[in-house]
Design a protein around this ligand. Structure first.
Ligand code: NAD
Length: 372
């Protein structure tokens, strides 16, 4: 174990900024095999906000200018948790300054910018990891093992649905989320999460078809209404290397759905099903035994699913969203130490970005397109 913990600089202190801060605060206590990271400095858009959040999260210093973090020798890694449009500039500058980077998804809103991020990481030779926390669920690792063991046989069809309702109300005011600068909408705002699971569990998409919809063409903007630039609903049909067919439907205006990533993987011997709203359970159906007593059985997470036991020794007591980020943080530390890590790097994440852009272009052109 290194005696001196990694020096951390955090940029952004909103939803995901707090999530990264909690992960940095907890990782050493949870895992017990790494030195506690040093929370050196936090940057946000204004000095006052940065100072307030640094106090709350336990960072020693703060700044209203994120580039200040890059000048410091006592910072080894930058956590980037700002809105999507800032990721490329911040990540590339941090890598060029010799820092490791842990950046929230998606990489960027253009494929060119995401490619520049990948290239900067390759030149710098530093860890460049993306915040795809759902692949860190111990039960998702179990699903990967079940797939590798062919427990449900050869995969022929996969169905993903990702639904939330934060844009479901037509009276929700226009924000940056509905602006072209935020990207395509549901597809890159959160559709990248199921794409990260598809990449991790099943492999790369080779060709895609897409369709995207605006359930509400305008939203109130305080003065009247403003035209919505991007799409709250996106559906894709995909083919994976190996030939399996995947459908992916994303809807951020889906009333009643709060954090649903519903996954069904169908093989020639059985089926695996999972819903992120029940992240401590996986459903497994195997075609064996008498038909009269066949059915899905529920696998409940517990210490048998590493690293669940690092958090709590008793099965069925349940991990939560922030725990997945703590697991991701441990993997980031592994990568920094030069060890194999279960992460999506900038290089691997570029395939997710290429898939997103291919789906959006396929939707615009009304035809199947090859990815990349
Ligand atoms: P947020 O609005 O809650 O927080 C963004 C933060 O960035 C704020 O503190 C804001 O003041 C700060 N910021 C903005 N401009 C800045 C600048 N120039 N310099 C320094 N700080 C600046 O947003 P969020 O929901 O935390 O989303 C942030 C990122 O996290 C997005 O890329 C989003 O896609 C991603 N995200 C990931 C997940 C996940 O599950 N991995 C979940 C939600 C959001």
């Amino acid at each position: 174990m290194n005696k001196r913990g990694l020096g951390v600089g955090l940029v952004g202190s909103g939803f995901m900024g707090k999530c990264h801060a909690l992960a940095w605060l907890n990782v050493a206590a949870v895992f017990g095999d790494v030195a506690a990271p040093r929370l050196v400095a936090l940057a946000d858009a204004t000095p006052d906000l940065a100072a307030q959040k640094a106090r709350e999260f336990g960072f020693a210093e703060s700044t209203g200018t994120w580039r200040d973090l890059l000048q410091r020798d006592d910072i080894d890694i930058i956590s980037i948790t700002t809105p999507n449009e800032f990721h490329p500039e911040m990540a590339i500058a941090a890598l060029e300054a010799g820092k490791h980077v842990w950046c929230e998804k998606p990489m960027a809103t253009s494929l060119a910018a995401a490619t520049s991020m990948r290239d900067a990481a390759s030149v710098a030779g530093k860890t460049a990891a993306l915040g795809y926390n759902y692949i860190q669920n111990p039960l998702i690792r179990q699903v990967k093992a079940l797939l590798a063991d062919k427990v449900i046989g050869d995969i022929n069809h996969v169905r993903f649905e990702m639904d939330e309702d934060y844009m479901a109300d037509p009276l929700t005011p226009f924000t940056g989320r509905s602006a072209a600068s935020a990207g395509y909408g549901a597809l890159d705002d959160f559709g990248v999460h199921p794409l990260s699971l598809i990449l991790t569990l099943l492999g790369k998409a080779t060709r895609v078809f897409g369709d995207m919809r605006k359930p509400y063409a305008t939203r109130p903007d305080g003065k009247g209404t403003r035209a919505v630039d991007n799409f709250d609903i996106a559906t894709a049909l995909m083919e994976l290397e190996g030939g399996a067919q995947v459908t992916l439907s994303c809807n951020r205006s889906a009333w009643g759905r709060k954090g649903r990533i519903f996954m069904q993987i169908f093989g020639n011997k059985g089926t695996l099903a999972y819903d992120q709203e029940r992240l401590n359970e996986v459903q497994l159906f195997v075609n064996d035994g008498p038909v009269a007593t066949q059915g899905f059985r529920t696998i409940i997470s517990g210490p048998a699913h590493a690293p669940y036991g690092r958090f709590v020794p008793a099965p069925g007591h349940q991990l939560g969203f922030n725990d997945l980020k703590t697991i991701e943080c441990r993997e980031v530390l592994r990568a920094v130490a030069g060890e194999p890590a279960h992460l999506i790097s900038f290089a691997e994440g570029l395939h997710i970005e290429a898939t997103v852009h291919a789906i959006a272009r396929a939707a615009a052109e009304g035809r199947w397109l090859a990815v990349g």
